[in-house]
Design a protein around this ligand. Structure first.
Ligand code: 0GY
Length: 301
């Protein structure tokens, strides 16, 4: 049995999140969260750039219930590489209440993709954040996108705002729905309008197959908790411009957080600040994730 020790400069997830004062609508989906290991059962990948704390499916499901969410979308993180066993184990234990986004190798077989589909995977994630990967996955993404398009799956991409101009033409030629993690990590110290964030808004406006997670203010903010006030106008702009193509997730257990660890209960206060009506909140937390991850139950698809 391999044992792992969490990186010394990592913060573990909050041990006892507050009960949120913002009540999510019935049927709400936490559309970005992870499971890590446990490492003794599901070893972390050799090529990983960090060693996380264990964050099990049972802890994730307990958090789901505590925060009032009904379902989870569990996203494969780089610390597990393309070994999706921990993800699949969590999906299978969720009794249909979790769907997944996997990471796959370029040479994955059709049979293996079918097994992932059966477990509840509906997307493949490609990470373009340079500190998290050795090689930027352009070739793999092109190949996999063509293979998963007929399966009704989508692509999830994670990148830094400074790199968007370089990747723009490649991303916009993809044949599937494309979900961008955390608004492409905008520089919230920059201008809301008339600055670099306009390119992200153009990406969303001119490509109706693009969706955005308006999550992770804790990663993006320079002002910090509890309000992450500098992120609010950016996320609000995206929610109000593209209400049918936004998603939100806790990002539990908050990998790579070194400055502070959010209280997941308090983090939910961000939602009514960026989605200022019940109708917007319902789209963000229920209608949109259901359309993408549980289309067979969604009125919209
Ligand atoms: C996130 C953010 C991060 C990590 C990963 O796959 C990952 O390791 O996505 C990060 O370090 O910013 O969304 O989980």
């Amino acid at each position: 049995m391999t044992s792992f020790t969490m990186d010394a400069n990592w913060l573990p997830f909050h041990p006892s999140p507050a009960k949120p004062s913002y009540i999510v609508p019935a049927g709400a989906v936490d559309a970005h969260c992870h499971v890590f290991g446990p490492g003794a059962q599901f070893p972390f990948a050799r090529e990983r750039k960090y060693t996380p704390c264990d964050a099990s499916k049972d802890q994730l499901f307990a958090l789901r219930d505590h925060l009032g969410f009904s379902r989870n979308v569990i996203v494969q993180a780089t610390c597990h590489g393309a070994d999706n066993r921990a993800l699949v184990d969590a999906l299978q234990a969720s009794e249909g209440l979790a769907r997944g986004v996997a990471t796959v190798d370029n040479d994955i077989t059709d049979e293996a993709l079918a097994v992932l589909h059966e477990a509840g995977v509906r997307g493949v994630r490609f990470n373009f954040v340079k500190r998290l990967v050795d090689v930027l996955p352009f070739g793999d993404l092109q190949n996999i996108a063509e293979r998963i398009a007929p399966m009704g799956w989508h692509i999830v991409i994670y990148f830094e705002a400074d790199d968007l101009a370089e990747y723009y033409d490649f991303f916009t030629a993809l044949p599937t729905p494309v979900v961008v993690d955390h608004m492409g990590r905008p520089d919230v110290g920059g201008r809301l309008e008339g600055g670099s964030f306009d390119l992200f808004m153009k990406l969303m406006a001119e490509n109706e197959n693009f969706w955005s997670k308006v999550s992770c203010p804790d990663r993006i903010s320079k002002l910090g908790p509890p309000d992450y006030a500098d992120v609010i106008p950016f996320a609000r702009r995206v929610v109000e411009a593209f209400p049918e193509r936004v998603l939100w997730g806790t990002d539990w257990p908050h990998p790579n957080m070194k400055s502070h660890m959010p209280d997941d209960g308090g983090l939910l206060e961000f939602i009514p600040n960026i989605a200022r009506s019940e109708a917007l909140q319902h789209k963000l937390l229920v209608d949109n994730p259901m359309c993408l991850y549980w289309p067979e139950e969604s009125a919209r698809s």
